[in-house]
Design a protein around this ligand. Structure first.
Ligand SMILES: C[S@@+](CC[C@H](N)C(=O)[O-])C[C@H]1O[C@@H](n2cnc3c(N)ncnc32)[C@H](O)[C@@H]1O
Length: 377
């Protein structure tokens, strides 16, 4: 296996030379003997900043591949406690060992276990779960691997299931009743949070979302555990349903599950259940991340990180987003510009979920009136 070196953040990582695994001039990271995906650098950059804000005394990078995440947590998040690296693939663990040594990571431990088995054996303050596709089969063990008030970082790339495009897959993996909603990017994230909350509640833990987001083709979630049966019960209170009217486009969240009609126009409702109906982030924690961000101005993604944290902070005051393109088309109007809409509504913001998405505290009829008055032609 020929190795090449890449620099990511402050780490220098050896990885299998992708050119050896190309097929018909194309390369997919999954074809390499050890997985490394440059399209996930933003995910890792953000994680480095978040882990720095959490400042955990012990870390489990349970699906390490090259070890790049855990190594960056040591070099950039300045984790000084034990970092456990794990991968079931022996080629990966051999490479992790090399990468740890060349980056001078102290207090590192390399395991070659099945992720679930290892997560049931260890207790750490931060666990990073970064699987291929769905994290569902690992969530129960991931939650169990955390010490009191520990934090779980999860990546999910199975957006077609979570967003309700593959309804059966969504049902199988998340035990959810799924539908395609116009705000599907947020719906999928809320479905995943509900799944994590339900898995946590089994072991008498509640969850408190610190930062959750959608980007490119994945979700990234950071949740703090709140220990105890009462906290778990309180968390379950934040699980409900998402609704969207097929006729007028009104959308809302509610507790429990119902198949009532649209309260605005009497049209039939599409729904998704179970979904997280609580907060998607902790504004105080976002503030802490923002304060720490300047320390990471050496990252290429620094401006994008800054923008994202800003968006997440302004979005937290509002509920579900509306799609201007969808509502304008229902009204048979040209889509107004986002600037005009925000000005007309007064209290509204763009959302990181969708370019045409808008969040507002205003009533649905006010959104429709603003589309009508701001639309040209
Ligand atoms: C998406 S990659 C992880 C990428 C890595 N975290 C990064 O940021 O570059 C998933 C890794 O998990 C490993 N893996 C998959 N299933 C596993 C399991 N059940 N137990 C342990 N490792 C597993 C794979 O071998 C692969 O290296």
């Amino acid at each position: 296996m020929r190795l090449i070196e890449t620099v990511e953040g402050k780490a220098r990582i050896l990885l299998p030379d992708p050119s050896e695994y190309e097929r018909d001039g194309r390369f997919d990271p999954a074809w390499s003997p050890v997985f490394y995906n440059p399209r996930m650098i933003f995910n890792r950059d953000l994680s480095v900043v978040v882990v720095s804000s959490i400042s955990p005394k012990s870390v489990l990078d349970v699906m390490s591949a090259t070890g790049v995440r855990g190594i960056r947590y040591y070099l950039e998040s300045e984790v000084r406690g034990e970092i456990i690296f794990n991968d079931k693939n022996p080629v990966a663990t051999e490479l992790i060992t090399k990468n740890i040594a060349s980056n001078g990571v102290e207090k590192a431990r390399v395991e070659r276990s099945d992720a679930n088995s290892l997560m049931h054996r260890v207790k750490v303050e931060y666990t990073d779960l970064d699987p291929f596709g769905t994290p569902a089969p690992f969530l129960q063990a991931a939650v169990s691997s955390l010490r009191r008030r520990g934090v779980l970082g999860v990546t999910a790339t199975d957006l077609s299931a979570l967003e309700g495009k593959s309804r059966n897959s969504c049902k199988r993996k998340y035990g959810a009743f799924c539908n395609k909603l116009s705000f599907s990017k947020e719906a999928g994230l809320r479905l995943l949070l509900a799944k994590i909350a339900m898995e946590a509640s089994i072991v008498e833990k509640g969850i408190h979302p610190l930062i959750t987001l959608y980007r490119d083709y994945y979700y990234r979630i950071f949740v703090r555990m709140e220990d105890g049966a009462k906290k778990a019960d309180n968390t379950l209170e934040k699980i409900g349903s998402l609704y969207e009217c097929e006729s007028c486009g009104y959308s809302f969240m509610g507790k429990g599950f119902c198949d009532r009609v649209c309260p605005v126009c009497g049209g039939s409702l599409r729904s998704m259940y179970p979904a997280w109906i609580g907060e998607l982030a902790d504004v105080e924690f976002l503030g802490k991340v923002k304060e720490l961000l300047p320390r990471f101005n050496y990252l290429e993604n620094f401006p994008a990180l800054f923008k994202l944290i800003g968006s997440l902070t302004s979005e937290q005051r509002y509920g579900l987003y509306y799609r201007l393109d969808v509502l304008s088309s229902k009204l048979r109007r040209n889509m107004p510009s986002m600037e005009e809409m925000i000005k007309c509504l007064g209290d509204a913001t763009r959302t990181h979920f969708h370019l045409q998405g808008i969040k507002t505290s205003k009533e649905f009829h006010e959104v429709l009136e603003c589309i009508k008055s701001s639309s040209h032609g």
